[in-house]
Design a protein around this ligand. Structure first.
Ligand SMILES: [Fe+2]
Ligand SMILES: [Fe+2]
Length: 227
């Protein structure tokens, strides 16, 4: 590009040299605005790990809500939306120059939230005497309590990511805020269900069923790829 054509175009060049693929202006720009990118990447990996493991554990918790179709359906929405959260945030880790761990065990261990074990499973260590021996004493109230606390951990996590990026990294902030919107809904759902199931008290959440399971009104990926 000639000097004449970039005159008067202040964004035509910057600190990253022309054609350099070892640096990212997308990282430079947020660093200049005060984001500690390495810290953010680590936080996002922990958060993605929590979404991924929660998706796994909610699969089990949903199964053991046997006989409660309404609870199963709502747990399913929260489960699929956590998978959407993992899908939504993981590409951002790579855009920032990071990667998720190559070993899934490492990923699960560093998840930012506790394992959402099935109640009665002895923290996941339940030993079967027979191949089809399963935990039979997990009550809906106990399971709803695990679901509720998992959502609370997610709200704390994504609120922290919003704090780290607000006014500095609009893209990560937007993704985290989309996820946070749904985590807040999930908490309200499980407060309503647990309050009614365990305490016999009405605490409405404003919930009505998603259009389809795990719709993810804020976090769905499709608009990002097919705008
Ligand atoms: Fe989530
Ligand atoms: Fe959630």
């Amino acid at each position: 590009m000639s000097m004449q054509s970039i005159q008067g175009k202040p964004h035509a060049s910057g600190r990253v040299p022309h054609g350099d693929v070892t640096q990212r202006v997308g990282v430079e720009a947020i660093t200049a605005r005060g984001v500690e990118v390495e810290t953010l990447i680590e936080k996002l990996v922990d958060a993605a790990g929590a979404e991924f493991t929660t998706y796994y554990y909610y699969t089990i918790l949903r199964m053991y809500l046997a006989g409660h179709e309404d609870y199963k359906e709502i747990c399913e929405d929260a489960r699929l939306e956590d998978r959407a959260h993992f899908e939504l945030i993981t590409p951002r880790i790579y855009e920032l120059g990071g990667t998720i761990p190559y070993d899934i065990r490492t990923f699960a261990d560093r998840a930012g939230c506790p394992d959402a074990y099935l109640p009665g499973s002895n923290n996941g260590q339940y030993r079967m005497d027979h191949p089809r021996d399963i935990v039979r004493n997990a009550t809906p109230a106990q399971i709803l309590e695990v679901l509720l606390e998992a959502e609370r951990c997610a709200i704390r996590t994504w609120s922290e990511v919003c704090d780290m990026t607000f006014g500095k990294d609009p893209r990560t902030y937007d993704l985290a805020a989309r996820i946070l919107n749904e985590e807040i809904e999930h908490e309200a759902w499980f407060i309503e269900l647990l309050s009614h199931e365990r305490d016999g008290e009405v605490r409405p959440s404003g919930h009505f069923r998603r259009g389809e399971p795990g719709e993810g009104p804020y976090s769905k990926n499709r608009p990002f790829y097919n705008p």
